[in-house]
Design a protein around this ligand. Structure first.
Ligand SMILES: Nc1ncnc2c1ncn2[C@@H]1O[C@H](COP(=O)(O)OP(=O)(O)OP(=O)(O)O)[C@@H](O)[C@H]1O
Ligand SMILES: Nc1nc2c(c(=O)[nH]1)N=C(CO)CN2
Length: 188
């Protein structure tokens, strides 16, 4: 049987202007290679350099030991960027991946050190179970390095199927997730 598009399913990217819903969206930013703070700032600048992505807040920066990475991997800096956007989860992931590539992210060693890692955490109340796109991000509820910064800036956001960010954050062990004095900026 051929694959006939379902006329009742609207791809948000094909809609224009006011027809597209504006969705509260969060990106997780991470770096454990090179000038980590500079790479996180580059991610904020690049992701928000679009009329379709309106920055809402960027979290403080946290440092933590790497979780689930090869022995001897360097420590991570992590932050969360919250935006409002009309773009679909897939467009957002494509922007995240092109931004990672622009700042030297390679994928040669599984879970190896990376200049920049950007995950799409959640896009409003949308869910996706495609093989290459899981939204909300399937590992977010176990990651203190994601939930602690996210709770700083959007505690009441309700993650589909999981509940409020602040409640998820309170439920994880945040030992070793250390807030730094250095701050990221949202471009003017
Ligand atoms: N919500 C999502 N955000 C970003 N990538 C996703 C998402 N869902 C699925 N992926 C897929 O995950 C693949 C691997 O991404 P990546 O190499 O950045 O993983 P990772 O950061 O090492 O691990 P993790 O996903 O546990 O943070 C990507 O090619 C992408 O297709
Ligand atoms: N502390 C910390 N550990 C990790 C991180 C990360 O961003 N921070 N990202 C991973 C894969 O994306 C695996 N482990």
């Amino acid at each position: 049987m051929t694959n006939v598009p379902n006329p009742n399913v609207v791809d948000a990217d094909t809609l224009t202007g006011d027809l597209r819903p504006l969705r509260r969206t969060a990106f997780a930013l991470g770096s454990n290679l090179g000038d980590r703070l500079e790479f996180l700032q580059a991610a904020v600048d690049t992701l928000t350099d679009s009329s379709e992505i309106v920055p809402v807040a960027v979290s403080p920066v946290y440092e933590s030991e790497p979780v689930g990475t090869p022995e001897g991997s360097p420590r991570f800096l992590n932050a969360v960027l919250v935006v409002d956007t009309t773009l679909s989860p897939r467009s957002l992931m494509e922007r995240a991946q092109s931004t990672e590539s622009a700042y030297g992210r390679t994928r040669d060693v599984p879970n190896g050190p990376r200049t920049l890692d950007i995950d799409v955490l959640a896009v409003g109340d949308v869910t996706s179970d495609d093989d290459d796109l899981h939204v909300p991000h399937p590992r977010l509820a176990e990651r203190a390095f994601v939930l602690v910064p996210w709770a700083d800036i959007d505690p009441d956001f309700s993650v589909p199927g999981l509940g409020r960010v602040i409640d998820l954050s309170s439920a994880v062990d945040a030992t070793g997730v250390r807030r730094l004095d250095e701050a990221l900026e949202i471009p003017a």
